[in-house]
Each structure stands twice: as C-alpha cells, then as structure tokens.
Design a protein around this ligand. Structure first.
Ligand code: HEM
Length: 305
C-alpha cells in the first residue's frame, strides 16, 4: 500500500504530469552559486556555523513552483521558489527553502493531499471539478485566507532577483546560552520587489526568468538580505497558515551574494530539504515541515532512479 507521502507525490503528478528526472514540484529552475555573510545580530542569536559572520559558500536554486517544466515563467498563478544550501565545515550543509507566499494553504499532510486531489483534473473533462474544490475550501477558511493573501505575491516578477521569498515555518535559533529565539525567515531582494505589468506578462517569453537571471548575474552580483521575524508572545509556532499580525521585531541575519550560474544550470543532483538543519537551529512541531521532508524524499528517490 502506498504511503501518504507517495500519494502526495502521485497527486502532484496528477496535476502537473510525471516528468522523468525532474522534481514533482518546482520542476524548472536555474542553479547559481555565491556566498552568505552573517551579521553580528545573527551570531548573537545562534551558534550555527553559517551565522558566525565568516562568509560561507552557497548554492542557490531559483525555480517555478509548477511540477510541469513547460509551464510558462509568466504564468500568473504558478509562483516561484528559492532554495539555498549553505556549505558548512566538515562536509556538512544546511538549507533554507522558500516561496513568495505570505502563509501556507494547509496545516496538515492529510489536508495537503485532499487539497491537491481537489485541484487535479477530472480524467473525463481534463478540468478540475469546481465542486470538489468548492467542498474543500468551504471546510478550510485558512486555505481561502492564504490564497487571497498570496495571489498578489506570486504574480510574475521582472526577475527571480526582484521577488521576495518566505520560509513560512517557525524555526528556533539557539544561542550560546541555549536560549531559543523563534521566528520565520524571509529573503528580501536588494532592489525591492518588482512585478511585471500586464502588458509585459502578455509579451514575456515562456523562459524569460531563466534567461534574465543569467544576463543579470553576468553584469554583477545579485543580493538578498536574510530577515528573521521574531515570534511575539502567543504566536503559534506549529501552524504555517497563521498570519503573525501586527508589529514584530525583524532581525537582519545576513547578506546573500549570488555571483555565478552553476556549470550545470539546472543541476538535478541538488537536493534541498527544509529540515536539513545544523547545530544552533531547531525545527518546530509544524506537521507540514515533516510532510515536506518525507514527500521530497519520494520525489528525489523517483527522479534520481
Ligand atoms: C506539504 C507541503 C508541501 C509539499 C508536499 C511539497 C512538495 C514538494 C516536492 C515533491 C518538491 C520536489 C522535491 C525534489 O524532488 O527535490 C518540492 C520542491 C520545492 N518546494 Fe515544496 N512542498 C510543500 C510545501 C512547500 C513550502 C511550504 C515551501 C516553502 C516555504 C516549499 C518550497 C519548495 C521549493 C522552493 C522547492 C524546490 C527545491 C529545489 O530547488 O530543489 N514547498 N516541494
């Protein structure tokens, strides 16, 4: 019998198709390299090696969220992704894997499966069944709120380098005294977020994001600031659908400089996982975190065959 993680990947394939050798989600992207340098504030919050202040090498993959590699870069609702692998001493690594959503659409693995199945095309009509989707969202107000807040965020940007990307889950940065500082990550682009106009969307090449990032990096480094929104008293730490509303303390953890396109521009051997952590960083009990790690393992095992 299939596990729920296999069923989740099967249901992603039912929406996006099954594409041998490619990721079941975020199938198309561009892999780059660069470095990350942490601030003093980061070193005070966590003992993690990449937050010490010494520059560490990174691999960054910008992607389109669709599991179909032929989905246009200018698709208005497909969304993007940014995964960052920090290379640490002794062959270790740690990852931060983000999207431009404000909050996630569901809070359990079972809900992710039900939501994905409700969006899958009916084999007879080739279209999703609006009744199934309607029935799901009627019972999940958090999904409606997440979609409403996120649709403007995932609209096509002028570049992968002019989008922001959020971690959505809470993680604890653990300092030298063992104290935990809970918060959520965001990557903020140096020059701000810039969306395409509707005329530009209509005129955009279907792979404009891949071509643009290559040209941009040839002109000079692309920079992002890593921010950490500290949780306020009472913020749920295990619920990625929860909006953390009102004022929160925002710490700048460091600067990422993307300087080169990788030798293999969409390196299939790159594996990132939101729970690939290191000493000085701890996960929350968010069920979606574990669901991701397990579903990614299924996708990785299938695409590496
Ligand atoms: C239960 C919820 C989720 C499921 C089942 C899921 C599923 C997947 C799968 C199967 C892959 C392909 C993995 C691979 O073959 O390497 C993937 C990639 C990715 N996911 Fe998710 N995902 C979920 C939630 C999220 C969330 C909350 C975020 C961001 C906060 C996210 C960001 C990404 C990114 C950026 C990639 C591309 C990674 C890369 O560049 O290699 N996903 N996801």
């Amino acid at each position: 019998m299939a596990t729920i993680w296999e069923e989740i990947v099967d249901s992603l394939n039912a929406i996006h198709g099954s594409h041998p050798g490619l990721r079941a989600a975020h199938a198309r992207g561009t892999v780059c390299t660069g470095s990350f340098t942490a601030t003093r504030e980061a070193a005070a919050l966590s003992t993690a090696a990449h937050l010490s202040g010494d520059a560490v090498p990174v691999t960054v993959r910008f992607s389109n969220a669709s599991g179909n590699p032929r989905t246009s870069d200018a698709d208005p609702i497909a969304g993007r992704g940014m995964s960052v692998k920090f290379e640490l001493p002794r062959g270790e690594s740690t990852d931060i894997v983000c999207v431009p959503l404000k909050v996630f659409m569901v809070r359990t693995a079972a809900d992710f499966l039900a939501f994905t199945r409700a969006r899958a095309p009916d084999p007879e009509t080739g279209q999703p069944d609006p009744e199934k989707l309607g029935a799901f969202v009627a019972e999940h107000p958090e999904t409606v709120a997440a979609i409403e807040a996120s649709l403007p965020q995932i609209a096509p940007t002028t570049s992968y380098a002019t989008s922001d990307y959020n971690g959505l889950h809470a993680f604890a940065l653990v300092d030298a005294a063992g104290e935990r500082h809970w918060g959520r990550y965001s990557w903020v682009p140096e020059g701000g977020v810039e969306f395409l106009t509707s005329e530009q969307v209509a005129a955009a090449d279907e792979d404009y994001l891949q071509a643009e990032i290559v040209e941009r990096i040839a002109r000079g480094p692309v920079r992002f600031s890593l921010k950490f929104t500290l949780a306020a008293e009472g913020d749920p730490l295990d619920d990625p659908t929860a909006f953390w509303e009102g004022n929160r303390e925002l710490v700048t953890l460091g600067t990422l400089e993307v300087t080169e396109i990788s030798g293999d521009p969409d390196d299939a051997s790159l594996i990132t996982d939101p729970v690939n952590l290191t000493e000085g960083i701890e996960p929350s009990d968010d069920e979606i975190l574990e669901a991701r790690s397990r579903a990614y393992s299924v996708s990785i095992e299938r695409r590496m065959r």
